[in-house]
Design a protein around this ligand. Structure first.
Ligand code: FES
Ligand code: FES
Length: 422
């Protein structure tokens, strides 16, 4: 991972194998790299814009601060290759294969007749695989939540859910028996009840889920994350340059010198513009390694949440805080948590950041109406210093535009406690 004169070498792992790219092109997405460079065509190209989930992969990262490994699902069609430095990616080829051994997720979707044309199946498999890596005994809600961002145009979702629900321990509905009939389908006649129901599969024949058999996170990446000195990373392409600063000071200087350069976290907004509208950004700033953007601080009046936190992280944080305070203090937390469940798919929420969502500046959608109604505010920084700006209707000048100066960076967002209305 040494720096070269003309830029750094990109290094990450795919399915347990190290990949290095000496001239990473900032416009290249993980999906095109997988399919066109590595010929790993199991990850499918559906919509290309984060809408269908056919390209779902699992991204794993080591967090030196907490010494933990996180796994999350993401849309490879939006993931810039440059964003993957130091990450481990698992694609459907790394999960299982008919040539070696299929994975229990693949087996159960197949045996429950959850695949017809099969185009969506690798994405479905990866969404459930990622869920099981984080929660080997999921609840039914976890399954439906994990599949929110995966579209199937031919099978329909019932057989897919039938296969996946066999990983659940709870028997919350008659479908838990895997027979494919549901108490929610309506009342049965006595004759129907007595008729023998053929089962599509026998759960006793399924391969057991054994988390000890999964690919481990590459130890080399752990060592590298622990020891690598924090330094700016630069990836130079033919038309674009990607710079990832290692500190807030560096980020501020970079943005001061290049006020028009976009900050890219999840690439869910800038990515589609580059891909579908041909927008060219000579410089992209990726602040994913600036730790200040991920800090969470609780105060007597509410909580400051780092603008770099993903929407999934923000939701988890709010749900963790909710039971700790009386209901009247957490109205905004609850409204925000509910709205977070409606923004994009899980794959999008896993990568899209809180700050990015605000700065996309859709005043009437995403999180912004709730943030404005909840009297939230942002803390911004530039070369001129720090300031706090209320997230009210004056914040949004028009669609896609806010009152912030181009060189200002949103560092964190304040979500206040609500007060009881007397
Ligand atoms: S191809 Fe549709 S979400 Fe990526
Ligand atoms: S099986 Fe054809 S799209 Fe899902």
């Amino acid at each position: 991972m040494s720096a070269e004169k003309e830029g750094d070498t990109l290094c990450f792992f795919i399915n347990g194998k190290k990949v290095t790219v000496s001239h990473a092109e900032p416009e290249t997405t993980l999906l095109s790299f997988l399919r066109e460079e590595l010929r790993l065509t199991g990850t499918k190209y559906g919509c290309g814009g984060g809408g269908c989930g056919a390209c779902t992969v699992m991204v794993s990262r080591y967090q030196p601060a907490t010494k933990t490994i996180t796994h999350y699902s993401a849309n490879a069609c939006l993931l810039p290759l440059c964003q993957l430095h130091g990450a481990a990616v698992t694609t459907v080829e790394g999960v299982g294969s008919t040539r070696t051994r299929i994975h229990p997720v693949q087996e159960r979707i197949a045996k429950a007749h959850g695949s017809q044309c099969g185009f969506c199946s690798p994405g479905m498999v990866m969404s459930i695989y990622t869920l099981l890596r984080n929660r080997p005994q999921p609840a039914m809600d976890d399954i439906t939540h994990a599949l929110q961002g995966n579209l199937c145009r031919c099978t329909g979702y019932r057989p897919i859910i039938d296969g996946c629900r066999t990983f659940c321990q709870e028997a919350d509905c008659c479908q838990a028996n895997g027979a494919g009939d549901c108490c929610l389908d309506g009342e049965e006649t006595l004759e129907e009840t007595q008729r023998e129901k053929p089962e599509l599969f026998d759960k006793r024949e399924f391969l057991p889920l054994d988390p000890t058999q999964e690919l481990i996170f590459p130890p080399e990446l752990i060592l590298w994350a622990e020891r690598a000195p924090p330094q700016t990373l630069t990836f130079r392409g033919e038309r674009m340059m990607w710079v990832s600063p290692a500190s807030l000071e560096e980020l501020v200087q970079l943005k001061t010198r290049n006020p028009e350069a976009p900050l890219v976290m999840g690439n869910t907004n800038i990515g589609p513009d580059i891909k579908f509208k041909g927008v060219l950004h000579p410089l992209i700033i990726s602040p994913t390694r600036v730790l200040d953007l991920f800090e969470v601080t609780q105060t007597p009046h509410g909580v400051w949440v780092g603008a770099g936190c993903s929407l999934t992280e923000v939701r988890s944080l709010l749900e963790k805080l909710l039971p700790q305070f009386p209901e009247e203090k957490t109205e905004v937390f609850r409204a925000l948590s509910q709205q977070l469940g409606n923004v994009g798919s899980l794959q999008i929420r896993n990568v899209a950041s809180l700050g990015g969502n605000i700065m996309s500046a859709y005043p009437n959608s995403d999180l912004n109406p709730v943030l404005a109604a909840g009297n939230c505010k942002v803390s911004v920084i530039s070369n001129g210093g720090k300031r706090e700006v209320p997230l009210n209707r004056d914040f949004f000048v028009s669609f896609g535009k806010t009152i912030l100066k181009p060189e200002e960076i949103v560092v964190s967002v304040f979500i206040p406690f609500s007060r009881k209305i007397e």
